[in-house]
Design a protein around this ligand. Structure first.
Ligand code: GDD
Ligand code: MN
Length: 362
């Protein structure tokens, strides 16, 4: 029987959790024709090999292996887009979500009662992971409050990564999804123009038994980027904002190096300025590679080539900065502050445009 429900399971280094996940789905989805789609970003622990070995024996198991890309949200999107079933669910691959809720969630959506069913930690009976550090709990709450302010639909746990919806609804919003970061449900809720009928189901966020969490500082930055992107209605793309933020850090690095060299007093100002410039450009390059262009990150020989190109691009940008500012100051009689700002703006746009097309090909 063709599957009615595709269960999309994003995985990164979850080899030990793949088989238990299939066993648990098998146990709780007795009355539903289901398939499991493991989406693995080429994990070094061989998660895909485990998923494949199960798929060979069980036609309900599928494996989507992505190479050269990383990201929870985009993994969920691609998994869901590979489905032909009428309904799609997304659940973490580390067994922290309660899969036994799936039949009830399925019924809520299949019956037409709800447009989307969400596993929630914030409704009566739901429970947060008691293992959350106070800081993570605080961040999680702040994120939820910030998201609630932007959402057209009232959802108690918009940060949940556990939900179920009709595939057509997903395909409707798919072109609007940013695919960045960790929070695919939030992305969906922010992208649907009309209010949705939501039903939330309480569950206890289980402690992780095997493997480790992938939530880190970059993921947090991406989350802020996603909100900013949606709040600004795409006026300024998140990539550009990230590029600017990295640029500001670069200025701080530049001034820091300059101060240290001046303190040491061994080198002349011009030499110090050169060293500071290269230091700042290098830091900017690696930060942009990690954050701004995370999805098209350069590695190996491409990394070296990219760094050289980046020096070149920024060098031309700096020359343009000085040239434009001087021109505006002299010819147009602009105040020095305005002339300087115009020069800097042009440099930022130039650096960004060249980085996005030549250096990273985003
Ligand atoms: N394919 C792929 N690519 N999967 C990934 C990636 C990635 O880059 N990063 C993480 N995953 C997978 C993990 O293997 C895991 O199965 C799932 O996504 C969740 O990642 P965790 O690293 O375990 O996240 P968490 O438990 O800290 O965070 C969870 O927090 C929410 C509650 O606040 C999120 O994953 C949400 O789904 C969850 O509801
Ligand atoms: Mn987890």
């Amino acid at each position: 029987m063709p599957p009615e429900l595709s269960v999309v399971i994003p995985c990164f280094n979850e080899a030990a959790n793949v088989r238990p996940m299939v066993e648990r789905l098998d146990a709780c989805l007795r009355d539903i024709a289901w398939e499991a789609i493991f989406v693995d970003d080429n994990s070094p622990d061989g998660t895909h090999a485990v998923a494949r070995s199960l798929a060979v024996l069980d036609p309900r198991v599928r494996c989507l292996r992505r190479i050269g890309r990383r990201g929870l949200a985009s993994a969920c999107i691609e998994g869901a887009l590979s489905s032909s079933a009428r309904f799609v669910a997304v659940i973490d691959g580390d067994l922290q979500h309660d899969e036994t809720l799936l039949p009830t969630m399925f019924e809520a959506v299949r019956s037409g009662r709800a447009d989307i069913a969400i596993g929630s930690r914030n409704v009566e009976g739901g429970e947060k992971n008691s293992g959350f550090s106070p800081l993570r709990a605080r961040i999680s709450e702040a994120g939820a409050a910030l998201s609630a302010a932007l959402l057209p639909t009232k959802v108690r746990d918009p940060m949940s990564g556990f939900f179920l919806l009709p595939r057509v609804l997903f395909e409707d919003v798919a072109p609007q999804l940013s695919g960045r970061g960790f929070k695919i449900l939030l992305d969906i809720l922010l992208s649907v123009r009309r209010p949705l009928r939501v039903e939330e189901f309480a569950y206890r966020f289980r402690p992780r038994e095997a493997g480790e969490s992938k939530l880190d500082a970059t993921v947090m930055m991406e989350f802020l980027g996603l909100l900013m992107d949606k709040a600004l209605g795409g006026v300024l793309p998140w990539r550009f904002l990230s590029f600017l933020a990295v640029g500001l850090i670069g200025i701080a690095v530049h001034l820091g190096i300059l101060a240290i060299l001046a303190e040491a007093g061994q080198l002349g100002f011009a030499t110090s300025q050169w060293i500071a410039t290269f230091g700042a450009m290098t830091v900017n390059f690696f930060l942009n590679n990690r954050v701004t262009y995370r999805d098209v990150r350069l590695r190996g020989p491409a990394l070296r080539r990219g760094l050289l190109l980046f020096y070149l691009v920024c060098g031309i940008g700096a020359a343009a900065n000085v040239g434009v500012a001087r021109l505006l100051l002299r010819e147009e009689g602009l105040a020095w502050g305005l002339a300087g700002a115009a020069g800097a703006l042009i440099t930022a746009v130039w650096n960004y445009a060249m980085s996005s097309t030549l250096v990273w090909r985003a």
